[in-house]
Design a protein around this ligand. Structure first.
Ligand SMILES: O=C(O)CCC(=O)C(=O)O
Ligand SMILES: [Fe+2]
Length: 324
């Protein structure tokens, strides 16, 4: 795991960059300024920038950065992402996340996820304890590729921790760590799978309840793709299905999911730590925990990053970083 720990000086400088940016932008509308934030990121400490560039070039599966500034007087963990949005909770931390994320590529959003915001809040919400979304707590979040259904899904998912009092683990499994028979591998490399949007995307629900998979749009493709010696992975057992009647594909998928589960490692995010999970090389999930709902709960800020937004523009036919 590639890891960088900011010195106290570097942490201070990073906080200053964020404060100066916020002072120049009276009305905080994060998605109006992503290009400016990207330019601003050139001011980040040299050591951090060199580390990020090198990790990007190596295609490091998991990149972590620790000791980023988090407000000592951080507001209580909001009860939901909707409340976080309304209150503009932890804006400075959102900016710090976007600054560091900009060193890897272009942060982007989904119009139908968390109201099109560039940075999401991940916190447990009442009534969502067993949902298949990041607002859950009392059910294991199955290992998944973020936004598995879409050709323009992120190259990285970035998770920045503001609070994690119980040390709840983020689970990570690497495609390199699974040992699959050649025959299984061959099936996984073929376009024999359907990938569906998960329940956090609004079209994953009909009148507030989860829609059946067959009522959702889907993308067809392969679970393993890219260079044979360095394969990339696309998998979310809850939202991936083999083509109907393809029992070999079904077996291959089940085997792959089982091997990934068996090889999962845990990253415990601590306040001020961000993990950039390579969404082509690892799948991730989260362990079960008991929510407190008293303002001290686990709280992450999340964004997705593509290496080059132009690939997205070509695919969607729209010059926008908010995908429909
Ligand atoms: O809560 C976590 O550690 C990860 C949740 C997750 O999968 C996500 O926010 O994309
Ligand atoms: Fe996720």
């Amino acid at each position: 795991m590639a890891d960088y720990v900011l010195s106290e000086d570097e942490k201070y400088v990073t906080g200053q960059i964020a404060d100066a940016f916020l002072a120049r932008h009276q009305v905080w509308e994060p998605y109006q300024y992503p290009e400016r934030i990207q330019a601003e990121a050139e001011k980040l400490p040299l050591g951090l920038r060199q580390f990020m560039v090198a990790s990007r070039a190596d295609e490091a599966a998991v990149i972590t950065v620790s000791n980023l500034p988090v407000d000592e007087n951080l507001v209580p963990t909001p009860a939901s992402w909707q409340i976080a949005e309304k209150e503009g909770a932890a804006i400075r931390e959102e900016l710090v996340l976007l600054l560091v994320a900009s060193l890897l590529g272009d942060p982007f959003a989904w119009s139908n996820q968390q109201n099109g915001r560039l940075v999401h809040d991940v916190c447990p919400s009442k009534g969502q304890e067993t949902s298949l979304t990041s607002a859950s707590s009392q059910t294991q979040l199955t290992l998944h590729t973020e936004d598995v259904f879409h050709a323009c899904r992120g190259d990285y998912v970035a998770l920045m921790c503001l609070r994690n009092p119980d040390g709840v683990g983020t689970t990570v499994a690497r495609v390199d760590a699974v040992d699959l028979d050649d025959s299984v591998r061959e099936v996984l490399h073929q376009d024999r799978f359907r990938f569906y949007p998960d329940d956090s995307h609004e079209y994953g629900t009909v009148e507030g309840t989860a829609a059946g998979l067959d009522e959702r749009p889907h993308d067809r493709g392969a679970v393993l793709f890219g260079p044979a010696e360095f394969p990339y992975l696309r998998m979310d057992a809850d939202f991936t299905s083999p083509l109907s009647g393809d029992t070999d594909a079904e077996r291959a998928m089940a085997e792959c999911a089982e091997r990934l589960n068996a090889s999962a490692e845990r990253v415990v995010l601590r306040p001020g730590m961000v993990a950039f999970l390579d969404n082509y090389r690892v799948v991730h999930g989260r362990d079960v925990f008991t929510p407190r709902y008293d303002g001290t709960d686990r709280w992450l800020k999340r964004t997705s990053v593509v290496r080059d937004l132009r690939r997205t523009y070509v695919h969607t036919g729209k010059r926008s970083r908010v995908l429909a």
